[in-house]
Ligand binder design. Sequence first.
Ligand code: UDP
Length: 246
Amino acid sequence: MKPEQPPYRRILLKVSGEVLMGEEPFGIDMVTLDHVAEDIAAVVEAGFELCLVVGGGNIFRGVQVAGRGMERASADYMGMLATIMNALAVQSALERRGVDTRVQSAIPMQAICEPYIRRRALRHLEKGRVVIFAAGLGAPYFTTDTPAALRAAEMGCDALFKGTSVDGVYTADPKKDPTARRYGSIGYQEVLARDLRVMDASAISLARDNNIPIVVFSIRERGNLLKVLTGEGTHTTIEDRTARAA
Ligand code: UDP
């Protein structure tokens, strides 16, 4: 089934490690992993081209241990290794569902995955494969938000999808403030100026400079990725536009 008028054809989905953790305090929850794989498979089946950047916060975040005795750069490299573990888990879950995938790592690790090669990644996407980008930028002092925006630009994606535990960007934290309102659409600049902390500022600037909309949606709601892609699901789009509350 191909959507009538898909707003986006090729997207990059940022899957944070926290998403893979489900309700567990650490690591990968296999049921949640399978739900994420099911949602991604549905999108591929519907004819969209998809690539992923996978985080590692469910296993290791450099910034949390830096300053407690470990050098920041080493801690960040450990975080990047965590993203490779998650990428392999997502690959395996997708392949169980018959989705053709390739993992490409910014830190070459040829015994287990391909190195990041832009042209090869583009070819995989054209062939309908899901490309999973691991190890972030391969550089410390970043999180996986910035590589998500960078790879979205490099892959010519129409949008960067950020799956979170809430269904969009709110005027205030909806868990703490019942009067908080969700934006239907908001400008990049306002997100930065109001310090709404949806993604790292460097990622938002990169998306803004390359005019890539950021679609913030709840990935915890099953089936929501396809719904948002076909214009049905609740979300906020961060784009070059005057902000208006939903
Ligand atoms: N990381 C890094 N450079 C990158 C991407 C990631 O140093 O380009 C490290 C950093 O320590 C980060 C960790 O990998 O905290 C895991 O990534 P992230 O925090 O983005 O995971 P998520 O929050 O998405 O689960």
